[in-house]
Design a protein around this ligand. Structure first.
Ligand SMILES: NC(=O)c1ccc[n+]([C@@H]2O[C@H](COP(=O)([O-])OP(=O)(O)OC[C@H]3O[C@@H](n4cnc5c(N)ncnc54)[C@H](O)[C@@H]3O)[C@@H](O)[C@H]2O)c1
Length: 440
Protein backbone atom coordinates (compact mmCIF):
# COMPACT_ATOMS: atom_id res chain seq x y z
CA UNK A 1 0.00 0.00 0.00
CA UNK A 2 1.06 3.62 -0.44
CA UNK A 3 1.46 5.13 3.01
CA UNK A 4 2.52 8.59 4.23
CA UNK A 5 3.68 9.23 7.79
CA UNK A 6 3.41 12.83 8.97
CA UNK A 7 6.02 13.52 11.66
CA UNK A 8 9.37 11.71 11.60
CA UNK A 9 10.18 11.60 15.32
CA UNK A 10 10.48 8.57 17.60
CA UNK A 11 7.05 7.19 16.68
CA UNK A 12 6.73 8.37 13.07
CA UNK A 13 10.12 7.06 12.01
CA UNK A 14 9.75 3.67 13.66
CA UNK A 15 6.23 3.31 12.23
CA UNK A 16 7.28 4.39 8.73
CA UNK A 17 10.46 2.33 8.56
CA UNK A 18 8.79 -0.78 10.00
CA UNK A 19 5.78 -0.48 7.66
CA UNK A 20 8.24 -0.27 4.74
CA UNK A 21 10.03 -3.33 6.07
CA UNK A 22 6.83 -5.38 6.04
CA UNK A 23 6.31 -4.51 2.40
CA UNK A 24 4.53 -1.17 2.06
CA UNK A 25 5.66 1.82 0.04
CA UNK A 26 6.19 4.55 2.62
CA UNK A 27 7.09 8.21 2.59
CA UNK A 28 8.12 9.72 5.94
CA UNK A 29 7.42 13.44 6.17
CA UNK A 30 8.62 16.13 8.55
CA UNK A 31 8.46 19.91 8.44
CA UNK A 32 11.88 20.02 10.11
CA UNK A 33 14.00 20.18 6.97
CA UNK A 34 17.22 19.29 8.82
CA UNK A 35 15.68 15.95 9.87
CA UNK A 36 14.66 15.14 6.30
CA UNK A 37 18.11 16.08 5.03
CA UNK A 38 19.73 13.70 7.52
CA UNK A 39 17.32 10.90 6.64
CA UNK A 40 17.96 11.33 2.92
CA UNK A 41 21.66 10.86 3.79
CA UNK A 42 20.67 7.63 5.59
CA UNK A 43 21.37 9.17 9.00
CA UNK A 44 18.90 8.79 11.88
CA UNK A 45 18.01 11.99 13.76
CA UNK A 46 17.27 9.87 16.89
CA UNK A 47 18.94 6.96 18.65
CA UNK A 48 16.88 3.79 18.49
CA UNK A 49 18.50 0.32 18.52
CA UNK A 50 18.07 -1.65 15.28
CA UNK A 51 16.46 1.19 13.32
CA UNK A 52 19.46 2.24 11.22
CA UNK A 53 19.81 -1.14 9.49
CA UNK A 54 16.11 -1.15 8.60
CA UNK A 55 16.38 2.42 7.29
CA UNK A 56 19.24 1.51 4.94
CA UNK A 57 17.66 -1.75 3.79
CA UNK A 58 14.30 -0.20 2.90
CA UNK A 59 15.70 2.86 1.16
CA UNK A 60 17.84 0.48 -0.93
CA UNK A 61 14.77 -1.59 -1.80
CA UNK A 62 13.04 1.67 -2.85
CA UNK A 63 10.18 1.13 -0.40
CA UNK A 64 11.11 4.10 1.79
CA UNK A 65 11.54 7.77 0.94
CA UNK A 66 11.47 11.13 2.70
CA UNK A 67 9.78 14.45 2.07
CA UNK A 68 9.28 17.81 3.73
CA UNK A 69 5.94 18.44 2.01
CA UNK A 70 2.91 17.04 3.82
CA UNK A 71 0.63 18.08 0.98
CA UNK A 72 2.65 16.37 -1.79
CA UNK A 73 3.23 13.18 0.19
CA UNK A 74 -0.43 12.91 1.20
CA UNK A 75 -1.62 13.32 -2.38
CA UNK A 76 0.02 10.05 -3.44
CA UNK A 77 -0.86 8.02 -0.33
CA UNK A 78 -3.98 6.03 0.42
CA UNK A 79 -3.30 5.78 4.15
CA UNK A 80 -1.86 8.75 6.04
CA UNK A 81 -0.65 8.42 9.62
CA UNK A 82 -0.40 11.55 11.78
CA UNK A 83 2.53 11.01 14.19
CA UNK A 84 3.35 14.57 15.20
CA UNK A 85 4.04 15.66 18.78
CA UNK A 86 1.20 16.36 21.24
CA UNK A 87 3.04 18.14 24.08
CA UNK A 88 1.46 19.51 27.25
CA UNK A 89 0.11 23.03 27.48
CA UNK A 90 0.80 24.90 30.74
CA UNK A 91 -2.62 23.82 32.09
CA UNK A 92 -1.96 20.15 31.31
CA UNK A 93 -4.15 19.95 28.19
CA UNK A 94 -2.66 18.20 25.18
CA UNK A 95 -1.53 20.85 22.70
CA UNK A 96 -3.07 19.69 19.42
CA UNK A 97 -1.71 22.53 17.29
CA UNK A 98 0.60 20.19 15.33
CA UNK A 99 -2.20 17.68 14.78
CA UNK A 100 -4.48 20.36 13.37
CA UNK A 101 -1.65 21.71 11.20
CA UNK A 102 -0.94 18.26 9.81
CA UNK A 103 -4.66 17.59 9.16
CA UNK A 104 -5.05 20.86 7.26
CA UNK A 105 -1.92 20.23 5.15
CA UNK A 106 -3.14 16.72 4.34
CA UNK A 107 -6.52 18.10 3.24
CA UNK A 108 -4.86 20.61 0.90
CA UNK A 109 -3.39 17.74 -1.12
CA UNK A 110 -6.42 15.45 -1.07
CA UNK A 111 -7.94 14.66 -4.46
CA UNK A 112 -9.09 11.09 -3.81
CA UNK A 113 -10.26 8.84 -0.95
CA UNK A 114 -7.85 8.56 2.01
CA UNK A 115 -7.81 7.08 5.49
CA UNK A 116 -6.28 9.60 7.89
CA UNK A 117 -5.02 7.79 10.97
CA UNK A 118 -4.20 9.35 14.34
CA UNK A 119 -1.02 7.66 15.55
CA UNK A 120 -0.16 10.47 17.96
CA UNK A 121 -1.51 10.14 21.50
CA UNK A 122 -4.56 12.39 21.65
CA UNK A 123 -7.53 12.95 23.98
CA UNK A 124 -10.99 11.54 23.23
CA UNK A 125 -12.91 13.52 20.58
CA UNK A 126 -9.76 14.46 18.63
CA UNK A 127 -10.87 12.24 15.74
CA UNK A 128 -14.04 14.30 15.46
CA UNK A 129 -11.99 17.53 15.41
CA UNK A 130 -9.58 16.21 12.76
CA UNK A 131 -12.56 15.32 10.59
CA UNK A 132 -13.96 18.82 10.99
CA UNK A 133 -10.59 20.47 10.22
CA UNK A 134 -10.24 18.41 7.02
CA UNK A 135 -13.84 19.10 5.96
CA UNK A 136 -13.31 22.84 6.38
CA UNK A 137 -10.28 22.83 4.04
CA UNK A 138 -12.06 20.58 1.53
CA UNK A 139 -15.11 22.83 1.64
CA UNK A 140 -12.91 25.85 0.91
CA UNK A 141 -11.22 24.04 -2.02
CA UNK A 142 -14.62 22.93 -3.31
CA UNK A 143 -15.94 26.49 -3.18
CA UNK A 144 -12.93 28.08 -4.85
CA UNK A 145 -12.02 25.56 -7.50
CA UNK A 146 -15.32 23.75 -8.00
CA UNK A 147 -13.65 20.38 -7.32
CA UNK A 148 -15.89 17.43 -6.53
CA UNK A 149 -16.55 16.36 -2.94
CA UNK A 150 -13.89 14.00 -1.68
CA UNK A 151 -14.68 11.05 0.55
CA UNK A 152 -12.35 10.23 3.43
CA UNK A 153 -12.22 8.38 6.75
CA UNK A 154 -10.56 9.26 10.02
CA UNK A 155 -9.29 6.44 12.23
CA UNK A 156 -7.45 6.12 15.53
CA UNK A 157 -4.52 3.74 15.85
CA UNK A 158 -2.59 4.61 19.03
CA UNK A 159 1.00 3.47 19.35
CA UNK A 160 2.32 1.44 22.29
CA UNK A 161 6.00 1.08 21.36
CA UNK A 162 8.65 1.88 23.96
CA UNK A 163 11.72 3.91 23.11
CA UNK A 164 14.76 1.66 23.35
CA UNK A 165 12.90 -1.42 22.10
CA UNK A 166 10.67 0.35 19.59
CA UNK A 167 11.42 -1.83 16.55
CA UNK A 168 10.78 -5.10 18.40
CA UNK A 169 7.67 -3.62 20.00
CA UNK A 170 6.30 -2.43 16.66
CA UNK A 171 6.98 -5.73 14.92
CA UNK A 172 5.60 -7.88 17.80
CA UNK A 173 2.76 -5.90 19.37
CA UNK A 174 0.65 -7.32 22.21
CA UNK A 175 -2.31 -5.91 20.28
CA UNK A 176 -3.07 -3.33 17.63
CA UNK A 177 -5.89 -0.96 18.51
CA UNK A 178 -7.89 0.35 15.56
CA UNK A 179 -10.74 2.81 16.08
CA UNK A 180 -12.89 3.26 12.97
CA UNK A 181 -16.24 4.56 11.78
CA UNK A 182 -16.58 2.55 8.55
CA UNK A 183 -16.00 -0.99 7.31
CA UNK A 184 -13.93 0.45 4.47
CA UNK A 185 -11.40 2.04 6.86
CA UNK A 186 -11.31 -1.16 8.95
CA UNK A 187 -10.57 -3.26 5.85
CA UNK A 188 -7.74 -0.95 4.79
CA UNK A 189 -6.11 -0.90 8.23
CA UNK A 190 -6.43 -4.69 8.51
CA UNK A 191 -4.55 -4.86 5.20
CA UNK A 192 -1.83 -2.48 6.45
CA UNK A 193 -1.10 -4.65 9.49
CA UNK A 194 -1.77 -8.08 7.92
CA UNK A 195 1.94 -9.02 7.64
CA UNK A 196 2.41 -8.60 11.41
CA UNK A 197 -0.13 -11.35 12.15
CA UNK A 198 -1.03 -9.52 15.36
CA UNK A 199 -4.27 -9.40 17.31
CA UNK A 200 -6.37 -6.43 16.23
CA UNK A 201 -8.88 -4.76 18.57
CA UNK A 202 -11.45 -3.01 16.42
CA UNK A 203 -13.44 -0.30 18.15
CA UNK A 204 -14.94 3.16 17.73
CA UNK A 205 -12.60 6.16 17.60
CA UNK A 206 -13.36 7.52 21.09
CA UNK A 207 -12.66 4.16 22.70
CA UNK A 208 -9.35 3.78 20.83
CA UNK A 209 -8.29 7.23 22.02
CA UNK A 210 -9.23 6.36 25.61
CA UNK A 211 -7.40 2.99 25.44
CA UNK A 212 -4.11 4.83 24.93
CA UNK A 213 -4.58 7.40 27.70
CA UNK A 214 -5.93 4.78 30.09
CA UNK A 215 -3.02 2.39 29.36
CA UNK A 216 -0.31 4.97 29.96
CA UNK A 217 -2.07 6.28 33.05
CA UNK A 218 -2.36 2.74 34.42
CA UNK A 219 1.37 2.10 33.90
CA UNK A 220 2.22 5.41 35.57
CA UNK A 221 -0.06 4.36 38.46
CA UNK A 222 1.86 1.09 38.82
CA UNK A 223 5.15 2.98 39.04
CA UNK A 224 3.78 5.45 41.58
CA UNK A 225 2.31 2.57 43.58
CA UNK A 226 5.74 0.89 43.77
CA UNK A 227 7.28 4.24 44.72
CA UNK A 228 4.75 4.78 47.53
CA UNK A 229 5.52 1.26 48.78
CA UNK A 230 9.25 2.11 48.73
CA UNK A 231 8.63 5.00 51.13
CA UNK A 232 6.84 2.70 53.56
CA UNK A 233 9.61 0.08 53.23
CA UNK A 234 12.20 2.67 54.26
CA UNK A 235 10.11 3.55 57.29
CA UNK A 236 9.30 0.05 58.53
CA UNK A 237 12.60 -1.64 57.71
CA UNK A 238 11.42 -3.70 54.72
CA UNK A 239 13.11 -4.41 51.39
CA UNK A 240 11.15 -2.98 48.43
CA UNK A 241 12.95 -5.29 45.99
CA UNK A 242 11.57 -8.33 47.78
CA UNK A 243 8.17 -6.70 48.22
CA UNK A 244 7.68 -5.99 44.50
CA UNK A 245 9.01 -9.44 43.63
CA UNK A 246 6.53 -10.98 46.02
CA UNK A 247 3.70 -8.90 44.62
CA UNK A 248 4.68 -9.15 40.97
CA UNK A 249 4.77 -12.96 40.87
CA UNK A 250 1.02 -12.85 41.35
CA UNK A 251 -0.23 -13.11 37.73
CA UNK A 252 -3.05 -10.72 38.46
CA UNK A 253 -0.51 -8.04 39.36
CA UNK A 254 2.54 -8.78 37.15
CA UNK A 255 6.13 -7.69 37.63
CA UNK A 256 6.38 -5.15 34.77
CA UNK A 257 6.43 -1.47 35.76
CA UNK A 258 6.34 -2.43 39.44
CA UNK A 259 9.74 -0.97 40.31
CA UNK A 260 10.67 1.77 42.73
CA UNK A 261 13.01 4.51 41.56
CA UNK A 262 13.31 8.26 41.19
CA UNK A 263 10.00 8.48 39.35
CA UNK A 264 8.76 8.16 35.80
CA UNK A 265 9.65 10.67 33.10
CA UNK A 266 9.87 10.74 29.32
CA UNK A 267 7.76 12.27 26.62
CA UNK A 268 4.66 10.18 27.36
CA UNK A 269 3.69 9.36 30.97
CA UNK A 270 3.86 12.87 32.48
CA UNK A 271 2.02 14.54 29.60
CA UNK A 272 -0.49 11.73 29.06
CA UNK A 273 -1.43 11.61 32.75
CA UNK A 274 -1.85 15.41 32.68
CA UNK A 275 -4.00 15.26 29.55
CA UNK A 276 -6.18 12.47 30.96
CA UNK A 277 -6.73 14.38 34.20
CA UNK A 278 -7.72 17.45 32.16
CA UNK A 279 -10.05 15.50 29.88
CA UNK A 280 -11.73 13.98 32.94
CA UNK A 281 -12.16 17.44 34.48
CA UNK A 282 -13.73 18.74 31.28
CA UNK A 283 -16.28 15.93 31.12
CA UNK A 284 -17.15 16.33 34.80
CA UNK A 285 -15.14 13.60 36.53
CA UNK A 286 -12.49 14.31 39.15
CA UNK A 287 -9.79 11.67 38.49
CA UNK A 288 -8.28 12.17 41.96
CA UNK A 289 -6.43 8.84 41.74
CA UNK A 290 -4.40 10.12 38.78
CA UNK A 291 -3.76 13.46 40.44
CA UNK A 292 -2.23 11.52 43.34
CA UNK A 293 -0.15 9.39 40.93
CA UNK A 294 1.35 12.64 39.69
CA UNK A 295 2.01 13.94 43.23
CA UNK A 296 3.73 10.70 44.28
CA UNK A 297 5.96 10.96 41.20
CA UNK A 298 7.02 14.48 42.15
CA UNK A 299 7.54 13.64 45.81
CA UNK A 300 9.74 10.66 44.89
CA UNK A 301 12.31 13.00 43.34
CA UNK A 302 12.15 15.24 46.41
CA UNK A 303 12.62 12.25 48.76
CA UNK A 304 15.71 11.19 46.78
CA UNK A 305 17.17 14.69 47.05
CA UNK A 306 16.48 14.66 50.79
CA UNK A 307 18.31 11.32 51.06
CA UNK A 308 21.35 12.80 49.29
CA UNK A 309 21.30 15.92 51.43
CA UNK A 310 20.92 14.00 54.66
CA UNK A 311 24.12 12.04 53.98
CA UNK A 312 26.15 14.78 52.31
CA UNK A 313 25.18 17.45 54.89
CA UNK A 314 26.45 20.47 52.93
CA UNK A 315 26.20 20.28 49.14
CA UNK A 316 27.84 23.60 48.40
CA UNK A 317 31.08 23.07 46.45
CA UNK A 318 30.79 19.28 46.71
CA UNK A 319 31.23 17.32 43.48
CA UNK A 320 28.29 15.10 42.59
CA UNK A 321 28.94 12.55 39.84
CA UNK A 322 25.80 11.62 37.91
CA UNK A 323 25.53 8.32 36.04
CA UNK A 324 22.71 8.36 33.49
CA UNK A 325 20.70 11.32 32.20
CA UNK A 326 18.14 9.86 29.76
CA UNK A 327 14.70 9.18 31.24
CA UNK A 328 15.34 5.47 30.75
CA UNK A 329 18.03 3.22 29.24
CA UNK A 330 18.54 2.66 25.49
CA UNK A 331 17.31 6.07 24.42
CA UNK A 332 18.77 9.53 23.94
CA UNK A 333 15.42 11.12 24.90
CA UNK A 334 15.73 13.75 27.65
CA UNK A 335 12.11 14.94 27.62
CA UNK A 336 10.85 15.20 31.25
CA UNK A 337 13.78 13.07 32.45
CA UNK A 338 13.93 12.98 36.29
CA UNK A 339 17.66 13.84 35.93
CA UNK A 340 16.63 17.36 34.91
CA UNK A 341 14.84 18.27 38.17
CA UNK A 342 17.36 16.41 40.32
CA UNK A 343 20.45 18.05 38.77
CA UNK A 344 18.84 21.50 38.83
CA UNK A 345 18.01 21.09 42.56
CA UNK A 346 21.55 19.90 43.36
CA UNK A 347 22.99 22.86 41.45
CA UNK A 348 20.69 25.19 43.37
CA UNK A 349 22.27 23.92 46.58
CA UNK A 350 25.70 24.76 45.15
CA UNK A 351 26.84 21.26 44.15
CA UNK A 352 29.20 20.88 41.18
CA UNK A 353 27.87 18.34 38.71
CA UNK A 354 29.86 15.91 36.55
CA UNK A 355 27.78 13.62 34.38
CA UNK A 356 27.86 10.86 31.80
CA UNK A 357 25.19 9.10 29.73
CA UNK A 358 25.92 6.56 26.97
CA UNK A 359 23.52 8.17 24.44
CA UNK A 360 21.89 11.30 25.84
CA UNK A 361 24.93 13.61 26.09
CA UNK A 362 24.04 15.50 22.90
CA UNK A 363 20.50 16.27 24.04
CA UNK A 364 21.67 16.96 27.62
CA UNK A 365 24.18 19.57 26.48
CA UNK A 366 21.24 21.51 25.01
CA UNK A 367 19.33 21.69 28.32
CA UNK A 368 21.92 21.82 31.14
CA UNK A 369 24.34 24.59 31.93
CA UNK A 370 27.23 24.34 34.37
CA UNK A 371 27.48 20.54 34.05
CA UNK A 372 30.85 18.97 33.27
CA UNK A 373 30.18 16.21 30.76
CA UNK A 374 32.53 13.22 31.12
CA UNK A 375 33.67 10.50 28.73
CA UNK A 376 32.64 7.54 30.91
CA UNK A 377 31.67 6.44 34.44
CA UNK A 378 35.30 6.41 35.61
CA UNK A 379 35.80 9.97 34.43
CA UNK A 380 32.68 10.93 36.42
CA UNK A 381 34.00 9.21 39.55
CA UNK A 382 37.36 11.06 39.52
CA UNK A 383 37.44 13.26 42.67
CA UNK A 384 33.65 12.97 43.15
CA UNK A 385 32.23 13.32 46.67
CA UNK A 386 29.38 10.98 45.78
CA UNK A 387 27.88 9.14 42.80
CA UNK A 388 24.20 9.41 41.91
CA UNK A 389 22.70 6.78 39.56
CA UNK A 390 19.72 8.09 37.60
CA UNK A 391 19.39 5.74 34.58
CA UNK A 392 19.85 1.96 34.71
CA UNK A 393 21.96 1.56 31.56
CA UNK A 394 23.33 -1.97 31.09
CA UNK A 395 26.78 -0.40 30.73
CA UNK A 396 26.59 0.71 34.37
CA UNK A 397 25.98 -2.84 35.59
CA UNK A 398 29.47 -3.75 34.31
CA UNK A 399 31.31 -0.96 36.15
CA UNK A 400 34.45 -1.96 38.09
CA UNK A 401 33.59 -0.50 41.49
CA UNK A 402 37.02 -1.32 42.93
CA UNK A 403 38.43 1.12 40.41
CA UNK A 404 35.63 3.61 41.04
CA UNK A 405 36.33 3.55 44.79
CA UNK A 406 39.96 4.50 44.21
CA UNK A 407 38.97 7.38 41.95
CA UNK A 408 36.39 8.96 44.27
CA UNK A 409 37.02 11.45 47.09
CA UNK A 410 34.47 9.63 49.17
CA UNK A 411 32.99 6.16 48.46
CA UNK A 412 29.35 7.17 48.64
CA UNK A 413 26.67 5.98 46.16
CA UNK A 414 23.02 7.02 45.86
CA UNK A 415 21.36 4.56 43.54
CA UNK A 416 18.10 6.01 42.23
CA UNK A 417 17.38 2.82 40.26
CA UNK A 418 18.35 0.09 42.75
CA UNK A 419 20.84 -1.27 40.21
CA UNK A 420 23.41 -2.70 42.55
CA UNK A 421 23.49 -5.31 45.27
CA UNK A 422 23.52 -3.50 48.57
CA UNK A 423 25.64 -6.13 50.39
CA UNK A 424 28.19 -6.29 47.54
CA UNK A 425 28.58 -2.52 47.55
CA UNK A 426 29.11 -2.53 51.31
CA UNK A 427 31.71 -5.30 50.97
CA UNK A 428 33.52 -3.15 48.41
CA UNK A 429 33.70 -0.37 50.99
CA UNK A 430 30.91 1.87 49.76
CA UNK A 431 28.34 3.71 51.78
CA UNK A 432 25.35 2.79 49.60
CA UNK A 433 21.77 4.06 49.53
CA UNK A 434 18.95 3.05 47.21
CA UNK A 435 15.19 3.45 47.11
CA UNK A 436 13.09 1.58 49.69
CA UNK A 437 16.01 -0.55 50.90
CA UNK A 438 17.73 1.80 53.30
CA UNK A 439 16.63 0.60 56.69
CA UNK A 440 17.02 -3.17 56.29
N1 LIG B 1 7.96 8.60 22.02
C1 LIG B 1 7.27 7.55 22.42
O1 LIG B 1 7.79 6.62 23.04
C2 LIG B 1 5.81 7.45 22.09
C3 LIG B 1 5.15 6.20 22.22
C4 LIG B 1 3.80 6.12 21.89
C5 LIG B 1 3.12 7.25 21.46
N2 LIG B 1 3.78 8.44 21.36
C6 LIG B 1 3.04 9.61 20.86
O2 LIG B 1 3.37 9.80 19.49
C7 LIG B 1 3.38 11.20 19.16
C8 LIG B 1 4.73 11.59 18.59
O3 LIG B 1 5.71 11.40 19.59
P1 LIG B 1 7.27 11.43 19.25
O4 LIG B 1 7.97 11.03 20.50
O5 LIG B 1 7.51 10.67 18.00
O6 LIG B 1 7.46 12.99 19.00
P2 LIG B 1 8.69 13.72 18.28
O7 LIG B 1 8.71 15.09 18.82
O8 LIG B 1 9.91 12.86 18.38
O9 LIG B 1 8.27 13.77 16.73
C9 LIG B 1 7.28 14.57 16.21
C10 LIG B 1 7.73 15.06 14.85
O10 LIG B 1 6.64 15.70 14.19
C11 LIG B 1 7.16 16.77 13.42
N3 LIG B 1 6.05 17.66 13.08
C12 LIG B 1 5.33 18.48 13.88
N4 LIG B 1 4.37 19.11 13.18
C13 LIG B 1 4.46 18.68 11.90
C14 LIG B 1 3.73 18.95 10.71
N5 LIG B 1 2.68 19.78 10.70
N6 LIG B 1 4.12 18.35 9.58
C15 LIG B 1 5.16 17.50 9.58
N7 LIG B 1 5.89 17.18 10.67
C16 LIG B 1 5.53 17.77 11.82
C17 LIG B 1 8.23 17.37 14.32
O11 LIG B 1 9.16 18.13 13.59
C18 LIG B 1 8.86 16.10 14.91
O12 LIG B 1 9.96 15.63 14.15
C19 LIG B 1 3.01 11.92 20.47
O13 LIG B 1 1.64 12.15 20.47
C20 LIG B 1 3.39 10.92 21.54
O14 LIG B 1 2.65 11.09 22.71
C21 LIG B 1 5.10 8.56 21.64
Amino acid sequence: MNIAIIGSGYVGLVTGICLADIGHKVVCVDNDISKIKKLKNLELPIYEPGLEDLLKRNVKKKRLSFSSSVTDASKKAEVIFIAVGTPSKKNGDADLTYVEGAARDIAKGMDSYKVIVEKSTVPAHTGKEIKRAIRLVLHQKHKNKRVKNIDFDVASNPEFLREGSAVTDFMNPDRIVVGVETKKAEKILREVYKPLKARLIITDINSAEIIKHASNSFLATKISFANAISQICDKVGADVLKVVEGMGLDKRIGRDFLSAGVGYGGSCFPKDVDAFVRLSEKVGYDFSLLREVRCINESQKKAFLKLIESHMWILKNKTVGVLGLAFKPNTDDMRSAPSFDIIKSLQKEGAKIKAYDPQAMGNSKKIFSGVKFCKDAYDVAKSADCLVVLTEWDEFSKINFRKIRQLMNNPLVFDGRNMYDRQEMKKLGFEYYGIGINSI
